[in-house]
Write a protein that binds this ligand. Sequence first.
Ligand code: URA
Length: 432
Amino acid sequence: VNPTQTIARKRDGHSLTRDEIAAFVRGFVQGEIPDYQMSAMAMAIFLRGMNDDETAELTREMLLSGTTLRWSANTPPKVDKHSTGGIGDKTSLILAPLLACCGLQVPMISGRGLGATGGTLDKLESIPGFRTDLTPQEMCDQVERVGCVITGTTDEIAPADRKLYALRDVTATVASVPLITASIMSKKLAEGLDALVLDVKWGSGAFMKSLDLARALSKSLVAVGNQMGVPTTALLTDMNQPLGRMVGGTVEMDESVAGLTGHGPADLMQLVVALGTELLVSAGAAASVDDARRRLVDELNSGRALEKLHEMVKAQGGDLDAPRPLADESTVSTADEGLICSIDAERLGLAVIEMGGGRKRLGDQIDHSVGLQMLVRIGDHVQPGQPLVHLYAAQPVSQRLRGLVQQAFVIGRDAAEERPLILERHGESGVG
Ligand code: URA
């Protein structure tokens, strides 16, 4: 297969064959197809798109570029949840131990902060000693022993994605539905799953600002997962304000611990239970939606889910009881009166990064002690002088930072549009 011709065919809007995609990805991984040709192909895909069959083939080839986790026979179903990322999204920290308590096994390979969103691994690293660099063998051993693991990816998993993502990042080709689908699914399917649920977020704090694009991504992820033989469903969820109340390392870890005893904020707990229900039903581990919900809530209320988090953290070298310091608290208030019409959640994420709670450059150290607490939600009525957020800041809070936070809140007269947290569900697991 001539790579130039394959690029030209995609540039001209044709569908690529299985052989063309396989030859291109394999050539790229083996160094026979140079970065400039892969960059041109990424741009052709970005502009022309791919159908579901092409996207599934691209995913399969990227998956086959590396190793997949192998499980012993007759062990419980393996499941995972992946979120496209949002501000204050800590559902993974609750869901992994919770599902393990419900008899499933969760080999969760998670990521670091991307853009303004915080990463699950970064939040877990607020726990002293916690390791996020397990080898595939350590992952498998821990999952079979404890029931869950949350760790980073390794060089062995989908190396084609790592190589391609680095090019996409610098060639303006990240925001492409087929390329994102293949990137996410090649890593998730390497976990050897029996069921997968995706939380596709849209809104001011999400990677996907447009509802149409988020919907297209959600449907594409579901189509590819199912085509590759893994029962996959997705929830399209609102990310126009932070999920829960806390944004930052230690504060989100603390909120997750509260959630694991059933005492988390309502929106966070609603999403945890909805995503958990999808997986229990898809994996055939619950007789019905009601059964799934009841079991999830029972495990939270019993305290067993929190015990499971302790067990997971200990297995990964951490101590959940060790002190997790919190920076000094100060308050940002509003000068206005009215309704909170909208919140720029991304701006709040950026404020946390500004305080040192995220990275501005690759390799930056994260200060887990900083963050913020939301004191208001969209639709609340506020008075002049009313606090909007508590900041936890290691340095004196500058006027610039205070302004950044205040500008995240649009306060006016018109009642905000009521939006459900879970807008749509895609896929066929039988959850009604
Ligand atoms: N996350 C990924 O893993 N890949 C993408 O392409 C975008 C977000």
